[in-house]
Ligand binder design. Structure first.
Ligand code: F6R
Length: 605
């Protein structure tokens, strides 16, 4: 979603803003712009355009010496992708950028008579007009009285014409972080925008006004009390957020999975048993649990589905997986003994956050599986289990998924032990298998060339199907999502036995069917289902533990998944599915890191 950066300091701002925006490109956007105090005086200039950061770069001045400015990448919500709708928006003495949605913008236009000041179709310009209308010469007093008038989510970065050299910011829900460095002060949607300058940062608290000057940064709440920033530090450096020789972030992140899993599980397996002491999650959290609800969106939800299948089958504990955007508006069936696990890479997905807030009205047994340290979901849940995947920059989630699945296995195993539903012996066997996952993935990654080759057959397809049973079915959903989001091929996941209840009508000559058959207890059933589609002309790519399958009545291409216990094949198979999506995408000339219409961190409903 929209990306924000603001800078004031001792260096020229334009390159800092443009480079920061380039780092925020991964969030997804369709237009870009910057504003700056021209010649560091009281005139604010704007450059903005529909298109990419490079298009913006092309219309910027070479001789811009300003040391204070703001920059924005816009993901359209209100109003189309046009130059006029791009941010920054300037109304009178106020210039601002915004991430979020002002839900009551229509009422505000009417009530404060703002329509004459508006030239775009955006809710953001209405906010700029309202700040301008309320402006009384004092930026902080103006922000204090204007901000409570907005309904919705926002992260604003504001420059007032009469205050050259200063950038003000305030937020509700939409993420924003800041820091002060020797080079100057920064604010941004996330740390990647200024990681070149600092690994230290703080999260701007909600409804707190941030004032940035070249040498200092200060925070004040809406009552006028000073607030001390709580600095955090990331344990990854700039190289983690760069491609390091790979053509795309996505393929780099696919290859990073062995390390990401090792970093996530190693500190939590002691004496071959799951251990959350360092996470401050007490065993009592797992006691007296009547049921489990996993809440998440997209890929994170599919990781939750794997957790459900595993926990239900291994422990017999009922698990419900809820789509966060649905859960929010349904009647939650939770009680004080219900365990709620929210899963989110970014920790900022608004639907997941709001679902967590709702769940907390029923139970204090909430736990977040989150990748981004200090994110809102991590801060608001009762307990947090951080995945240590490092920054995930590609829009399509890869390493975040496998570390989430690994975390679900750790949690499931602990639950089984605490509730005596799993023997110590079985738990140890399980954890020892989990420790082998990084090596299993390394072995599968060696098949990259074969996968790249087979996708040549898929680049001209318009439809594809993913089928499997049990854990392989949950994985099919992730495989289908990955393919459609970055290759734009329509893909559906089906429980292999369900196809013949309708969907098999769509199978015709040459339609690719990616079949996953790694679960021993249903292997022969899946093979029968595959024969059904093969008999109707499907082009079948089969993933199974068989060393070799040459029978053309079963499949056209066979990919061997090194044999491991059934619960663990998912870590191997997903790598193949991620690579199928990646190479199909690049084969179709799509940039998999920035697929159309998608945003990395979904901070609007
Ligand atoms: C798909 C993908 C999305 C995210 C979803 C949740 O590849 O990345 O489906 O999984 O938007 O995002 P987080 O995990 O940040 O809450």
């Amino acid at each position: 979603m929209c990306g924000i950066i603001g800078f004031t300091g001792h260096k020229e701002a334009q390159d800092i803003l443009l480079d920061g925006l380039a780092k925020l490109e991964y969030r997804g956007y369709d237009s870009a712009g910057i504003a700056f105090f021209k010649d560091n005086g009281g005139h604010i200039s704007i450059r903005k355009t529909a298109g990419k950061v490079n298009d913006l770069r092309a219309i910027c001045d070479d001789d811009n010496t300003s040391t204070c400015g703001i920059g924005h990448t816009r993901w359209a919500t209100h109003g189309g992708v046009t130059n006029a709708n791009a941010h920054p928006h300037k109304v009178g003495k106020v210039t601002l950028i915004h991430n979020g949605i002002i839900e009551n913008y229509h009422e505000l236009i009417e009530k404060y008579n703002l329509s004459d000041s508006l030239v775009s179709e955006t809710d953001t310009e209405v906010a700029a007009a309202l700040f301008n209308k309320m402006f009384d010469g004092d930026p902080i007093a103006t922000i204090k009285k204007t901000v409570p008038l907005f309904k919705g989510s926002f992260a604003f970065c504001i420059m007032f014409k009469e205050n050259p050299g200063k950038v003000f910011a305030v937020r509700n829900v939409s993420p924003m972080v800041a820091t002060n460095t020797d080079a100057g002060s920064f604010v941004a949607s996330d740390l990647t925008a200024f990681i070149n300058f600092s690994k230290r940062y703080f999260i701007v608290p909600e409804y707190t006004i941030l004032t940035m000057e070249e040498d200092k940064i200060s925070l004040q709440d809406l009552e006028g009390n000073n607030v001390e920033p709580e600095y955090l530090e990331v344990n990854w450096d700039i190289s983690a957020a760069e491609k390091e020789g790979y053509p795309h972030y996505m393929i780099k992140e696919i290859h990073e999975q062995p390390r990401a899993i090792t970093r996530t599980i190693s500190p939590r397996i002691k004496d071959s048993l799951p251990n959350f002491e360092d996470d401050n999650i007490p065993d009592s959290f797992f006691e007296n649990c009547s049921d489990i609800t996993v809440i998440a969106c997209g890929t994170a939800m599919y990781a939750g589905n794997v957790g459900k299948t595993f926990i239900q089958n291994a422990l017999g504990v009922p698990v419900n997986v809820a789509i966060a955007s649905e859960f929010r508006y349904e009647r939650p069936v939770l009680n004080e003994n219900s365990m709620v696990i929210v899963v989110s890479q970014s920790g900022e997905t608004i639907d997941t956050l709001e679902a967590l807030r709702l769940a907390k009205k029923y139970t204090n047994k909430t736990l977040a599986v989150v990748n981004v340290k200090g994110s809102t979901i991590a801060r608001e849940s009762n307990y947090v289990l951080y995945t240590h995947a490092g920054p995930e920059i590609a829009v399509a989630s890869t390493k975040a998924y496998t570390v989430q699945v690994a975390s679900m296995y750790l949690l499931g195993c602990k639950l089984g032990l605490v509730t005596n539903k799993l023997s110590v012996e079985k738990a140890k066997e399980f954890m020892n298998n989990l420790k082998k996952v990084p090596d299993m993935i390394k072995a599968v990654l060696t098949q990259e060339d074969k996968v790249a080759e087979l996708t040549k057959r898929m680049t001209n397809s318009t439809n594809a199907f993913f089928i499997g049973r049990g854990l392989d079915y949950t994985l099919s959903m992730e495989g289908a999502l990955k393919l459609k989001e970055i290759s734009y091929i329509h893909a559906e996941a089906y429980a292999a036995g369900e196809l013949k209840h309708g969907t098999i009508a769509l199978i015709s000559e040459g339609v690719p069917v990616i079949a996953i058959a790694t679960q021993d207890h249903v292997y022969s059933k899946v093979i029968s289902n595959i024969r059904e589609v093969k008999a109707r002309g499907a082009y079948v790519i089969l993933l199974s533990k068989d060393e070799k399958i040459t029978d053309k009545t079963v499949c056209d291409v066979h990919i061997n998944i090194p044999p491991v216990a059934d619960e663990f094949t998912i870590f191997e198979s997903v790598i193949i599915l991620q690579m199928i999506a990646y190479y199909t995408s690049t084969g179709r000339g799509v940039n998999p890191d920035q697929p159309r219409n998608l945003a990395k961190s979904v901070t609007v409903e």
